[in-house]
Design a protein around this ligand. Structure first.
Ligand code: GTQ
Length: 356
């Protein structure tokens, strides 16, 4: 488009400075040799008036991704792969192993009899169990047996290995703060000498110690929750209770967060998760916030409208809503939706905002 005042090409939207005249272009060329660049050509993009994510909304149907990850089970063992995972890549960020700018998500498969050897890393991880029953994650001395809907955390630098002594394949959603840790160039990882850790605590030990409202004497606040597994069997009755008594948020439904019982804060310092029950026929109001979120339909079915697009989802489907995109959920029957985002990290930095 021609600019009416100068007759030159209009500047790119990032510029606040009008046209790039030949004099300016020559100047940019000269300063560029010293690794210098003019701020005024990029200011708008650098300091936008509101969040401008490159991420797009996307949905993965479980029936399809399950088939594909099971196929990976015929091509590579969990041991060979170290972690046999198909990465959910945001369609606008292919090749970057991320579902939002700050979060990694993947679908992990462990076949009966397999183990995924012990390692640790500075990235924090959560698992949300989608399919199967009876595989375990061993973390911090507890070998926690996992069932569908369980929410399991692996803290920063905690050694962990997974195994599946059951008779069925186990599939879960992994979410890690890998892109956040890598943004800071703060990533470390190592293999552990022994493939499997010795377990000193029975399955469910951390939930029993920290998850009932009492706390052992002398326990000090920690940045992340001391609970390793928040079982769905414990969480669902809370949702049912909230829904039955009408404690239903007009945007989010009857929602709880996975809390750190030592602080009341989020389960991990970088990733925060919620789970909500949407009553039958729920029509959520429009909502947006600066934390792009990954959702999993746990039970029921429904749809999410996001900026003119409608994502239809059913059990175990995974979808992502990018930062600051307005969305609204609708449920058919009674529905349970899990979600996770980088909200704790944004809150810690004073960045998080929402709009109802
Ligand atoms: O289970 O430790 O999806 O280290 C990616 C990296 C899972 C894990 C992933 C990991 C893991």
């Amino acid at each position: 488009m021609e600019s009416p005042t100068t007759g030159l090409m209009s500047p790119p939207s990032e510029s606040v400075a009008g046209a790039v005249t030949p004099e300016r272009a020559a100047y940019y060329e000269r300063i560029g040799k010293q690794n210098l660049a003019p701020l005024w050509e990029v200011l708008r993009g650098l300091v936008p008036p509101e969040p401008k994510t490159p991420c797009v909304p996307a949905l993965w149907r479980f029936a399809e991704v399950k088939k594909m990850v099971l196929e990976a089970g015929t091509l590579i063992t969990a041991k060979e792969a170290e972690r046999r995972v198909l990465v959910f890549e945001n369609p606008a960020l292919r090749g970057k192993s991320r579902i939002t700018q700050s979060l990694y998500a993947g679908l992990q498969l462990i076949l009966p009899g397999e183990i995924a050897p012990a390692h640790r890393h500075t990235a924090s991880a959560i698992r949300f169990v989608l399919d199967g029953e009876g595989a375990y994650t061993a973390v911090e001395g507890e070998k926690t047996v996992m069932r569908r809907g369980d929410f399991v955390i692996t803290a920063n630098w905690a050694p962990h290995d997974h195994g599946n002594p059951s008779k069925q394949p186990m599939i879960w959603l992994d979410v890690l703060d890998v892109p956040t840790v890598n943004f800071f160039d703060a990533a470390f990882s190592e293999h552990l000498e022994s493939e499997m850790q010795s377990n000193t605590r029975e399955s469910g030990d951390s939930y029993a110690r920290y998850g009932s409202g009492v706390l052992p004497d002398g326990v000090k606040p920690m940045l992340r929750s001391p609970i390793i597994n928040y079982p769905y069997t414990q969480v669902k009755p809370v949702l049912e209770r909230l829904e039955a008594s009408g404690d239903v948020d007009p945007h989010h439904g009857a929602r709880v967060r996975y809390a750190n019982p030592l602080t009341g804060g989020w389960a991990t310092p970088t990733m925060g998760a919620n789970i909500a029950m949407l009553p039958k026929g729920f029509r959520g109001k429009d909502y947006r916030s600066t934390d792009g979120a990954i959702f999993v339909c746990v039970e029921g079915e429904g749809s999410t409208r996001v900026e003119g697009e409608t994502l239809e989802w059913g059990p175990n489907d995974v979808f992502v809503i990018p930062s600051w995109k307005r969305y609204a959920h609708a449920a058919k029957g009674r529905t349970v939706l899990f979600s996770i985002s980088d909200r704790p990290a944004q809150e810690a930095l004073g960045l998080w905002r929402e709009q109802n």
